[in-house]
Design a protein around this ligand. Structure first.
Ligand SMILES: [Zn+2]
Length: 157
């Protein structure tokens, strides 16, 4: 644009430390605990049948209230809707560092779910990835009932 001064602003880091401690709610709490049993729970709306993963207390489509009776177990299999590739990561102190190998993060729609989850794709070459392929969950060897129990998703076959 003419007349506007262009400037590159160097960003040395993101000096943000955010600590949180709050209840994630009954359904999210169950979701996280069941990851420890290698189970992925979703919530299926009894009014419009839309299935959320992770589960949520209110249906965003029809506003129906959901509770533990709406929980359904989903398979660890899904379709890769899209993905992005990361070349840097945060070092824990708010600074970026280059990754030795780029990491792919996928938007995955699990079988039986209508919403998507975002998870690392493992054992993949980001250059060769294609949306539409089937992927399977890969669990950590030891699960503890936390989000990181899911190591990521891996292409089928
Ligand atoms: Zn609904």
């Amino acid at each position: 644009m003419k007349g506007l001064k262009e400037e590159v602003i160097p960003v040395r880091g993101i000096p943000v430390v955010a600590g949180f401690k709050w209840s994630v709610g009954e359904l999210m709490d169950r979701f996280i605990r069941e990851l420890g049993n290698k189970k992925i729970l979703g919530a299926k709306c009894s009014k419009c049948n839309y299935t959320y993963v992770p589960p949520r207390a209110w249906c965003g489509k029809c506003s129906a209230k959901m509770d533990a009776n709406n929980l359904v177990e989903l398979s660890g299999k899904g379709v890769l809707i899209g993905f992005t590739t990361a070349y840097v990561e945060l070092d824990g102190n708010g600074n970026f560092r280059d990754l030795e190998k780029p990491k792919a993060i996928g938007a995955i729609k699990l079988e039986g779910a209508d919403s998507t989850i975002f998870m690392p794709l493992i054992d993949v070459d980001p250059e060769k990835l294609k949306a539409g392929i089937m992927v399977n969950v890969v669990w950590q060897e030891e699960t503890r009932g936390q989000i990181s129990d899911i190591k990521g998703f891996k292409p089928e076959g």
